[in-house]
Ligand binder design. Structure first.
Ligand code: SAM
Length: 317
């Protein structure tokens, strides 16, 4: 989504409890495991592929920002997790990054990772960073920033926005946090599960669930899909086992108009992959990040996170 904004809408805070604390507890408990252990995981290529997708998306939109400005590029990483995208922002040579997440342990690990990255790259100029623990579906981020009037060129929200679709108020607050502080012309980019695909697979299943031994999705019921609060449980081997909410994308686009945002680009992972892989640079990155088990690919899929630094580390050692 791209901002047309000239002025900000009125401020509003919502206070329901809902599933947020379960989500935060889940991510706080997730253990960081090393490259060696991760490469043994059955979802090794899936993680790398998703990581490559994020790199390609971030590069694309940083490129668009750079067409208009080359200095003072500021980014909001909304739902930053443990900081798996830090290296992407470093490679993108941005100037300022605000990392925020609901899970305080993740935010601490993200900050630690940033400090270590900065120490390792002593001779390179690394962006300034700020770390904020907040539930972006219930709190107004600007009130927690050192400079509440700070503006961003990009808000990046990777595999996070679906947690907000518990209620309209929560989805609206996260959208507000993502968009309200964007500069005019700024971008809200992200990745989220495809609601249409989830419902298609559910409807094709004989039960309330679908998946395989690596992943599983379980809905409470079939045939009823409320616009908000349509909860499903998502399980992914060793990584996620947490409640999520179906995102009906046309509603998101409509809601974003309130924040003077217009949709300029949307694609499935498959379409995006097919478009990007035509580019030699992206093809090389795809191989370097071990994002596909075989090339050309037999199949590809969605979801989960990253840890690109490990590949850098592995290269060095
Ligand atoms: N963006 C990171 C990445 O791509 O590696 C992390 C993605 S992880 C699948 C989802 C993240 O969303 C978790 O770190 C979780 O704590 C965060 N999250 C979930 N609900 C949130 C909320 N209400 N406010 C802020 N962060 C939230």
């Amino acid at each position: 989504l791209q901002s047309d904004a000239l002025e900000s809408p009125a401020k509003k805070v919502c206070t329901e409890e809902g599933h947020s604390s379960a989500v935060a507890a889940h991510y706080n408990e997730l253990q960081e495991c090393g490259l060696q252990q991760r490469s043994l995981s059955r979802i090794f290529y899936l993680r790398n592929f998703n990581n490559w997708m994020k790199s390609a998306l971030i590069n694309e939109f940083l490129g668009r920002v750079r067409e208009k400005k080359t200095r003072n590029i500021a980014v909001l990483d909304l739902g930053c997790g443990k900081g798996g995208d830090l290296l992407k922002w470093r490679k993108g040579k941005i100037d300022k990054l605000v990392c925020t997440d609901i899970a305080d342990v993740s935010v601490q690990q993200c900050e630690q990772r940033y400090v270590e990255m900065k120490e390792r790259a002593r001779h390179e100029h690394i962006f300034e960073a700020e770390f904020v623990t907040a539930d972006s579906t219930k709190e107004l981020l600007s009130t927690k920033l050192k400079d509440p009037n700070m503006t961003f060129d990009i808000c990046s929200c990777q595999f996070v926005y679906h947690y907000s679709f518990e209620t309209y108020e929560q989805a609206d607050m996260m959208l507000r946090n993502a968009c309200e502080q964007l500069c005019p012309g700024g971008y809200f980019i992200g990745t989220t599960p495809d609601g249409f695909e989830l419902v298609k697979r559910l409807e094709a299943s004989e039960t309330n669930s679908f998946g395989n031994d690596v992943y599983g999705v379980t809905f409470q019921e079939k045939g009823s899909y409320p616009l908000f609060g349509c909860k499903y449980d998502f399980r992914l081997e060793g990584v996620v086992n947490v409640p999520e909410f179906l995102v009906y994308f046309p509603i998101l686009v409509e809601m974003a108009r309130k924040y003077k945002m217009k949709l300029i680009y949307k694609s499935t992972f498959k379409e995006f992959f097919e478009e990007k892989v035509k580019n030699d640079e992206q093809k090389t990155l795809l191989k370097k990040m071990q994002a596909l088990e075989q090339y050309p690919p037999a199949s590809n899929a969605s979801l989960v996170s990253n840890h690109e630094e490990d590949y850098e580390h592995a290269k060095r050692t």
